[in-house]
Design a protein around this ligand. Sequence first.
Ligand SMILES: Cc1ncc(COP(=O)(O)O)c(C=O)c1O
Length: 415
Amino acid sequence: MAHLKHSSHPLRPGTEVLTRGFDPTLSVGSARPALFRCSTYVFSSPEAAERSFAVSTGRAQAEAGEHVELIYARLNHPNAEILEDQMVPLEPGAKAAAVFNSGLAAIMTAFLTFARPEDTIVYTAPLYGGTQHLIHELLEPFGVTCVAVPAGNGFELDEAIRAARNLRIVFIETPANPTMMMTDIRQAATAASLRGDGVVVMVDNTFLGPTFQHPLSVGADMVLYSATKYLSGFSDLIAGAALAGDPDLIRPMRLRRAIFGNILPPDECWLLDGRLPTVTLRMNRQSKNAQRIAERLAVHPKVRKVHYPTLFDDPEQVRIRLAQCAYPGAIFSMQLLGGKPAAFDFLRNLKIARNAVSLGGVETLACHPMTTTHSGLTPQEHRLAGITDGLVRISVGIEDWRDLLEDFAQALEGV
Ligand SMILES: Cc1ncc(COP(=O)(O)O)c(C=O)c1O
């Protein structure tokens, strides 16, 4: 896809996302990307078909500037190309992207591209429950050794990275879902680079990216997203993405994607593409709302503790936040006094916020991780992660924060 020509300095992300990756002359002059709902593509010649197959199966590399014709929409399609091109400027340090039909599909494809039986993955815990499930249900039975390290424990993470046999992947989710514990990405990347054997450091950046945290700028090799969340922003589609500074990390994932058949389909690409230009606007508003609400709820008599980056009391967590995150983001968790009955009463009493899993949408959602998103964890994993009976997780939307605060206050009154 064509890139806009410009003169002296590189365009900034907010402009690039609206100007690159899309050439109106290729779609009858439409000013915004058209939707290409098509399963197969017509070749200009049998030679062009032969070349396309050689490149798309990894037997040959495309030359710089070469136009390789499209083949079939499980391999690639125009809406995926446009979306991937437009995502890249939003992630500082990224040079290539690949989109998937869910966040978990992006993570699974990353794992199965870089790890084989007998290899080791070191990961921070807690993770999103689905990722933890993927590790236990697929990777471990497949023969991959998976070593959990408590989020935020830089010393243990360094040690695990140093000691692992056949280490292929370091997987970090920061802040961790749902406790908001942060892990120092730069420290982990430094530890991985000391091994000198091509370990891929991956960061699930769903909670704070692409606006407030830039893992590739602090040494990570790959960023993964549930694009279902902030990137899409309206809780109406499921999508995932992987971005890297080195296109050679994304290329083998595209080959796996063609085998798995988990590319993001054209309709979802087109929808998601239209949401990218507003992701920073939405996240800024959501983060401001969340900070105002979380800091007020932290002193509520029915709340034991609010987990939110501006309320960290551990000096190491404060250090990581200041070094790694521009703003605190729009998710917080609170431990209610009174355990599970209090948490359930609170969720039942909400009138504006809705009791649903997921996050990152323009509407406010609240859930009880212990019995929903993280119900598959063992009691030991719950303990290690700090997920308790009284914990509720809240994803703050773009409503007026004063209405949300009143809603939370009245819901707490009825606990
Ligand atoms: C941090 C994080 N990573 C990954 C996922 C999985 O994303 P998806 O539901 O798009 O597969 C989620 C979903 O909630 C998540 O919260």
